[in-house]
Design a protein around this ligand. Sequence first.
Ligand SMILES: [Zn+2]
Length: 106
Amino acid sequence: MRVAMIHVIQAVMLAGMKLTFPQKVNTLGKVKAVGGSISMVCATCNKQTLLDMEMMIGMLGARHSCLDADLRPYFFCTQCRAAGRDEKNFSFIQHANATPQGSGTL
Ligand SMILES: [Zn+2]
């Protein structure tokens, strides 16, 4: 694991990119801190919802895990619930911050 991390750091440095932290984006606070976002997509009705990071952090705290198993109990598909279908047939998608860093040129 440590050797793999060193290779990753070397690869990033060789590419001339800036190594940024945190390296593990595993909490709601870290997702927000790196400019990321989380959405949920229902596999039954295809409803897609971009979750409000401020609201989630307000409800669960910035240190709450952003992993599927830890968020799932708090969410359901509103359309499927209203229709009486399985309301938990959804997936979370964690979106990275795709804003260009630095000058935006290579
Ligand atoms: Zn649905």
